[in-house]
Design a protein around this ligand. Sequence first.
Ligand code: SF4
Length: 289
Amino acid sequence: MPFKIKEIAAKSIIGTTQVPSADYVINPYTGCQFACMYCFASFMGRFVGETTNNWGKYVYVKTNAIELMEKDIQRLMKKNPHPKIAMSTVTDPYQGVEKQYRLTRGILEVFVKYQYQGRVGLLTKSPMILDDLELLKKIPNLEVGMSITTTDDQLSRFLEVKAPLASARLRTLKKLNKAGIKTYVFIGPFLPHMKLKPELIDNLFSEIKAAGTNDVKIEYLNLPKYVRPKMNKLLKEESKEIQEVYTTSQLKKYREQIAPILRNNLLKHGLKLKFDEIIHHITAKNLVE
Ligand code: SF4
């Protein structure tokens, strides 16, 4: 099936959110070309009539996003202080279609035009962000999150099927830091493979520090019911050990084992854990104690 790109008109572009670190979110695209196997944003498909299995095979482009942004930002600027806005929480703002539509760029231009003073967070896996470096520098209170889960490109390709490789993301992070952009690294999810190879944790933290970033946000793997079958299928040919660690990764015991390892490594490399907490999204429904 060829990759599907569909243009749509959205009703609004700045939406409210339950994400604790933001008051509002902006997602100019629905769907994501990077097709990460663990992506729990795949539930977004239901809003555009796509199945969770189709995640990574379509993108709906909100072609009026910039126009809406002009209107929405003025409404938010009446609030004091200006609210925190996160971009993008359920898609990647610098996936391939951005080259063609430049909606993320247009939205950033609006932040610059109005000199928006609230915190603007931007999360991506893509070196394409460097195309907008000059714009990023002009946003008063911006923080860029680079999502990097491992330094092992093979593992990255296995799980983050069409995303830019981890090594490319680390190089991008370095360039952002060199340009004076405030950054953090999002290790989300923390890949259970790393529990079996603790040297990968050490490598990752060491590379983050070497790239010039001090703040790290970590999230445990979240395997809701709609993601599990996909993951089980992917892991079918893997060793028993790997299959097991993915199953146990949903247990409280796993989190208790891994938390001190991560915290010690953060200390060792002089990194700071954002919110002083390793995040887990497992709802009461999915939780296995
Ligand atoms: S880049 Fe982010 S939104 Fe896109 S598939 Fe991967 S985890 Fe999901």
